[in-house]
Design a protein around this ligand. Structure first.
Ligand code: AMP
Ligand code: MG
Length: 418
């Protein structure tokens, strides 16, 4: 991990991401109950504790037969036994015999094939007719076909999805070792800010950033702590920042620019925080800064509501995901056709709020939202993707293929595809 104290200025988004990620390793491991493990990253290798299936089993409800008995069809066989899942077959099959068998039930000795109920005719006196030709070994799931005792079934860093939980339960892992979650503190900064429970004052600006950032953190499965609002006074700010620096990650919004009331960066420096970069060639979000004190990560996000959220998406989110031990750190991007021409500023990567739809042929089309003002908190509710306008281009024409970053809401659609 890097530990230089030089402050880089005006770097690109990928440079900023690399600068952050180079300084982060996953946090240590902790043990949690299976019910608490969803969304976490595994911190251990998990092995199968038995063969699955534990013996050759039927994949269908039907009849266990000897394929050699059904070379000539139609053929009638005698049912000698009923076998359910969990039963132990009592009788080996002799020529001319079959067993009625349920899905997941073990094959009796001598049987090598399953014939589905639908392909048979039940007769009287426990006899059954097989009119359809069969292939040997059909619909048999072999012992150990899914996992063999001792096989590695999950790796460290695997993300715990509902599917993973199913595997962990299968191998009877009631307690799992996962990477611990970072402790995250959020601080807003500015004399003009009004807290959520303050009485409404028409001259003030409601502190939305604390809450929007909190929700962005919660969406990753982390419960952050809101430190409140620090006024633009160095002493007060120092007290708040000292408290914030006790966490794994401190997110500060506002006061990071060059105004005479912007005290955040100098106050952090005075507290010993090394500022690794300030200003990233992106829009919105240019005046963003990143620093560290020991293992604590400090992100100074711009005060404008949209800038703070977009900077979180590009810079904080991958950092939190790495701390949590995940391998996939970035939002999924997909190509989409531009539904409307877009002008952007050359030299900065622009993250344009946009909506995603599909045209008649099913191709994704992306359309910027009406407002691109970084102070317009409402525009974030209309955007379900961020259109990434590369820094080297200043104009993107209609119909051009662009990359869009999928936001939380964009994984849902109104109706199913038919
Ligand atoms: P600053 O980065 O402090 O210069 O703030 C830029 C703009 O963002 C100003 O209009 C601030 O009023 C606004 N702003 C700063 N902090 C917040 C916040 N926590 N919630 C909403 N708006 C904010
Ligand atoms: Mg301010």
């Amino acid at each position: 991990m890097k530990s230089s104290t030089e402050t880089l200025e005006d770097i690109s988004v990928p440079e900023a991401q690399a600068c952050i990620l180079d300084r982060i390793a996953p946090l240590d491991a902790e043990e949690v109950k299976l019910a608490q493990a969803l969304g976490r990253a595994l911190a251990e290798e998990v092995r199968a504790n038995r063969d699955l299936p534990p013996y050759d089993v039927s994949a269908m409800d039907g009849y266990a037969v000897r394929a050699a008995d059904l070379i000539e069809i139609p053929r009638t066989l005698q049912i000698i036994e009923d076998i359910k899942a969990g039963d132990t077959p009592r009788h080996p099959l002799q020529p001319g015999q079959c067993a009625r068998i349920m899905t997941g039930a073990p094959l009796p000795p001598g049987a090598d094939t399953i014939v589905r109920v639908e392909d048979t005719h039940a007769l009287e006196n426990d006899q059954v007719e097989f009119p359809v030709p069969i292939k040997p070994a059909t619909d048999v799931r072999l012992r150990g076909e899914n996992m063999r005792r001792g096989d590695v079934v999950l790796q460290p860093s695997d993300e715990i999805t509902p599917g993973t939980i199913g595997v962990l339960a299968t191998v009877k892992q009631a307690v799992v070792k996962v990477v611990r979650k970072p402790r995250v503190a959020i601080l807003s900064n500015g004399d003009e800010l009004e807290a959520l429970d303050d009485p409404l004052d028409p001259h003030k600006i409601p502190d939305s950033n604390s809450h929007a950032l909190m929700a962005q953190v919660q969406a990753l499965g982390i419960e952050p702590v809101l430190l409140g609002i620090a006024r633009d006074k160095p002493d007060e700010l120092t007290d708040f920042l000292r408290r914030g620096l006790e966490y794994d990650v401190l997110l500060i919004s506002g006061g990071t620019s060059v105004g005479v009331h912007d005290h955040v960066r100098p106050t952090l420096t005075a507290l010993g925080v090394a500022i690794h970069f300030w200003r990233v060639k992106m829009r919105p979000g240019h005046p963003v800064a990143f620093g560290t004190l020991g293992r604590t990560l400090v992100f100074c996000l711009p005060g404008n509501p949209v800038s703070s959220m977009v900077c979180f998406e590009q810079l904080v989110l991958p950092a939190l995901r790495r701390l949590m031990g995940h391998r996939r750190l970035f939002r999924r991007t997909i190509p989409a056709l531009l539904g409307q021409a877009v002008k952007s500023r050359q030299g900065r990567t622009e993250f344009i709020r946009a909506t995603l739809s599909r045209d008649e042929s099913g191709v994704y089309v992306v359309t910027p939202t009406a407002s691109q003002s970084s102070g317009d908190v409402l525009s974030m509710t209309q955007a379900d993707v961020l259109l990434v306008a590369p820094s080297e281009l200043s104009e993107l024409s209609t119909g051009k293929t662009v990359q869009v970053q999928i936001q939380e809401t964009a994984v849902w659609q109104l109706s199913p595809d038919t």
